[in-house]
Design a protein around this ligand. Structure first.
Ligand code: NAP
Length: 311
């Protein structure tokens, strides 16, 4: 296996793989590091209905698999199960990237496409019951909860979309949100609230998740009346936003107060040769189409950057 690359892309989600298609086509020697599954979060999505061009929708798995093949077809080397453990400038304009397993590679340019991970709910019972009824992935765990009531926490696109998916299995979906309305896209809200299995619980927060070995219920406080209600559910699906995976590079790039990487419109960070793209960064919206476009932009910017360096 080689140790010298033109481009190392950290993260094999849609952003990283889109970048790899472009750097591969530009004949840049490309390595993509994906510590979990190719496609990232989107691989776990039950159905993608809003990616232009897929008129009938596509499953996350199919989408991720096609993305991976596309990147590989243009020569990108994709190492699955291998993450970056460090990124450091060498002082000569190149970068050293440490890999899990104690390996290391060098790159003329790096694209940070590590994405983000789900925010945890800071309440008693969350940690203890995580994996035993507490979940952040309806596609992964929804089928375990057939014909029983489940709770969903959150009110954005993820909560509404994943909550709707859970209606396939659960007897009812108790949808707990701290506001009096959801903030997801209108079409998603309409589909969700029209489903008779969905029971919205507005202006409310979960205070505790109960159960010993498995989830038995939640305590829910109404923020207007301060009344606490015990709701029996067998699972709690939490979709309350995301935390960017920027820890690795926090000394190298500028971050906003939420830890998102600051980039310009060319996906450049403040360090020459270090680019960042997608969910990891401050973006105006977080839609699949625009994080894919970010990856494309980063790749094209790198092509120009390396070309300029040559001359
Ligand atoms: P989000 O838009 O940040 O929504 C997070 C939700 O969790 C909000 O309802 C928020 O309430 C609530 N929340 C945050 N902290 C909480 C806490 N401690 N306790 C209780 N509730 C809490 O996250 P998201 O829904 O995962 O979406 C993230 C991005 O991905 C968005 O840009 C979204 O458009 C995109 N996305 C798109 C799709 C799609 O297009 N189909 C699907 C999924 C995600 P407040 O509103 O009160 O803060």
């Amino acid at each position: 296996m080689s140790t010298n690359y033109d481009v190392v892309i950290i993260g094999g989600g849609p952003t990283g793989l889109a970048a790899a298609v472009y750097t591969g086509r530009a004949l840049l020697k490309t390595l993509v590091l994906e510590r979990q599954v190719p496609g990232g979060q989107i691989a776990l999505s039950a159905a993608i209905d809003n990616y232009p061009g897929f008129a009938d929708g596509v499953t996350g798995y199919e989408f991720a698999e096609a993305f991976l093949r596309h990147a590989q077809r243009f020569g990108a080397e994709v190492r699955i199960g291998v993450g970056a453990t460090s990124v450091a400038p060498n002082g000569d304009g190149t970068f050293k990237v440490g890999l899990s397993g104690d390996d290391r590679v060098t790159a003329k340019a790096v694209i940070l496409a590590m994405g983000r991970h789900p925010r945890r709910l800071e309440v008693p019972g969350y940690e203890k019951l995580f994996g035993n009824g507490v979940s952040v992935c309806a596609t992964c765990d929804g089928a375990f909860f057939r014909n029983v009531p489940v709770a969903v926490v959150g009110g954005g696109n993820s909560a509404v979309e994943e909550g709707h998916f859970l209606t396939r299995y659960a007897s009812e979906v108790v949808s707990i949100h701290r506001r009096d309305h959801f903030t997801a896209q209108k079409i998603l809200i309409e589909q969700y609230l029209n489903d008779p299995k969905v029971i919205p619980v507005w202006n409310s927060v979960v205070e505790a998740i109960h159960g010993d070995r498995e989830v038995e219920g939640v305590s829910v406080r109404n923020l207007e009346t301060d009344k606490v209600e015990e709701i029996p559910v067998k699972a709690v699906f939490v979709f309350i936003g995301w935390i960017p995976n920027s820890e690795l590079v926090k000394e190298l790039v500028d971050l906003d107060e939420q830890g998102r990487v600051l980039v310009n419109e060319l996906m450049e960070t403040k360090m020459p040769g270090l680019f960042a793209a997608g969910d990891l960064c401050v973006r105006p919206i977080y839609q699949l189409a625009n994080v894919v476009a970010d990856g494309v932009q980063a790749a094209v910017s790198i092509e120009k950057y390396l070309e300029n360096k040559k001359h």
